[in-house]
Design a protein around this ligand. Sequence first.
Ligand code: ASP
Length: 434
Amino acid sequence: MSEKNKKNRKREKKAGLTGKIFIGLILGAMTGVIFHYAVPAGFVRDTVFVDGIFYVAGQGFLRLMQMLVVPLVFCSLVCGSSAIGDTATLGKVGVKTLIFYLSTTAIAITLAIGVANVVNPGIGLDTSAIEATDVAIAESTSFADTLLNIIPKNPIGALANGDMLPIILFAIIIGIILAKLGSRTETVSNFFSQFNDVMMEMTSMVMYVAPVGVFCLIAKTFSGIGFGAFVPLLKYMLGVLLALALHCFVVYMGLLKIFSGLNPFKFLRKFFPVMAFAFSTATSNATIPLSVDTLEREVGVSRKISSFTIPLGATINMDGTAIMQGVAVVFAAQAYGIELGIAGYLTVIATATLASIGTAGVPGVGLITLSMVFTSVGLPVEAIALIMGIDRILDMTRTAVNITGDAVCTTIVAKQNGALNEKHWALNEKHWAS
Ligand code: ASP
């Protein structure tokens, strides 16, 4: 087969996967809505489809992705940090990443508060039309303990529990030591690097069933969501979605263009399957393997960088969550007639940035850490009950934004450190399984 034909075939395959995931997403949403409104409740709809096929296939796919997270993060981080080797470069990458993560989160909340003050989500609210639910409140951990928890007392325990920050620290230390000991620990280095290849291959295999997995996850979610609950909260939802869109498409893409010079549209096209996966699952953590892999294969980001910045971002960088919290604050303040003032808003920016660090990358946690933000400015925690019923769809959307922020930061840092493979970036036909 000629080189050109081969390229064309690869291009078809690539369009195949991204396109199929997109189709899975749309068909899943449509099926879910039809199931909710048009199919009568009963054994076939509920037991066979929604809680049967959709649930098992969707959760099965999600579990397959979750299965990859800890071994992949650990191995690729050990390999990444041992490849970088010197602690000065690691430190530089770490500081840049932290500055990016914290400052974009602060921008995100400020933007959210601004948008919410235009949309006025809590004014004219009909609370009687909202079905309130019980509120879960965050157990607050002191800042000192949050810092201390980064050091694992028992690294195996941290791995077993999937505690990301201690895993990251332990893996980096091992990587640095492997680099220092060089040929003396060649066998251990080779083991991690080969195991890393195994995990990458496994990620590619799991991705083959992604379109079906995404379809089932979305169909199950939408078959449980009625749009009736949205009506009184339409302005709130609109505020959150608008701020999320602005942050993702204007702030992130602007930063990408300014700091890396890369074309934002091309980036979004290449990164789309990861956003679709995050949207379907509402979990940043489970998205880590896919994000690291897509950034390498499609965008050209070296794992030396992404194996560190992506798990870190999935754990501490939650701009989408911060946006929801910013809009929720304005919503609750308006609904309860509480004046926050400049000092109040500044407190919100500070606490929501901290809450974003403390929010785990799993579904729905943003709503729990929201109680911390509300308490910091004296807003009634019960107000959270008002927005709980409709949170799932916003959770899905904000998770897609959360992981896009991590990826944009990673791409910028990689580009600035000479760790972006321009050939991979230039190729449009690069494909998962190639
Ligand atoms: N589901 C979000 C995530 O995994 C966290 C949240 O906002 O609840 O990124």
